[in-house]
Design a protein around this ligand. Sequence first.
Ligand SMILES: NC(=O)c1ccc[n+]([C@@H]2O[C@H](COP(=O)([O-])OP(=O)(O)OC[C@H]3O[C@@H](n4cnc5c(N)ncnc54)[C@H](O)[C@@H]3O)[C@@H](O)[C@H]2O)c1
Length: 395
Amino acid sequence: MAKKPLNVGLIGGGKGAFIVQPHQKAIHFDGTRRVVAGALFPDAKIAMEEAEKWPYPIKGYGSYDEMIAAQAKLPEDERLDYALIVTPNHVHFDPAMKCIKAGLPVFCEKPLTVNLKEANALVKAVKDKNIPFGVAHTYLGHWTTRLSRFIIQSGLLGDIRWVDAYYIQGWLATKFEATGNQQATWRVDPKKAGGSCCGGDIGTHALMQLRYVTGLNVTKVSAHMETFVPGRALDDHFTVYCELSNGGKAMVRASQISIGHKNDLGLEVVCTKGTLRWRQEEPECLVINLSGQPDRVYWRGEVKANDGFFKDLPADLMAEPTIPSGHGEAFHDAFARLHRCFEDDVRKWKAGQAFACDGSRYANVCDGQMGIAFIETCIKSSQKKGSWTALPKLS
Ligand SMILES: NC(=O)c1ccc[n+]([C@@H]2O[C@H](COP(=O)([O-])OP(=O)(O)OC[C@H]3O[C@@H](n4cnc5c(N)ncnc54)[C@H](O)[C@@H]3O)[C@@H](O)[C@H]2O)c1
């Protein structure tokens, strides 16, 4: 019998909001999840109007407090199965904590919070409740990111020496926030974005890509957080030299002032036997360079075992629902893969079964916490002109 779709409630997403749209498409991707409710705006009246205008029927709430409180009174099959938080950074912690306390799983946008104190409190609450919690590091959802993780972590390229993880944009090269652009305005406001604009917004994606593919952590940083556009309170250029937990080195770099770059996120992992290169603007393939051999380009859908490089391939990755190669998968597919994996954990949790939520298929609350610890350490290092600073031990 067909599964009853999971019910998802949105926190944020009204009035020209950006990231709610890829999410809501990804939620509906498989027909096994659907958006049924939303607290879409901080002002109650506008929130209800925005829910009325939503392209398909959803139940509107005047606030996320109201939406969360209403759940306990609903018949069980009408209740939310998880909440999606797509508000600016300073409105992640409060709704996330309230959802967890109410026993509602959360899929939350990144960066997890605006400071480590909040991130630590969320980690504790999630562990105490043993409840699914995902963080929307989109690019982990690409099939080729999963393949990259397999290649590096199965040791096919040898030991990791050096990683270049970057996310380069150019959209804040001028004082775009002065035009009133909604997305720019809150990102450069320390009260809403946290202690970093560029590093928190996109440096955390580069860090997560590095950590997910390599399985390594950053242990020490020498950071330079710079502001090129006059009058801006936060960084718009972020350059961090890193020590890795295996003794290797990495650069985690991000920029919002590099005119011509759009969403130029990429990863280069240099190992003792070869190099892996991947770019999200061309997410259907990855490149392997082996010393003294022609370059290998692996396309999604065209990867075979026993080809002279791969011996075995991971069964779960090969069984992932995909479309034939050459029909492009991209941003929305990556988001859908994350929601699909999160759905799996929510269904297991609801059935009282063991669920993973271990960071192997989507970022979890501890990954979110690590992102915030990284940013806070970079701020400290940058204030001391890039002096080497260790990341704190996290629990
Ligand atoms: N994963 C990704 O690739 C990705 C990409 C872009 C943005 N993001 C993250 O997503 C979040 C939102 O970014 P955006 O660009 O969509 O911002 P946005 O400004 O376009 O949308 C934010 C939405 O939150 C609403 N909101 C604010 N306070 C609220 C409250 N108290 N109650 C209900 N709604 C409230 C706003 O009205 C708006 O609808 C940020 O944390 C950002 O870092 C992630």
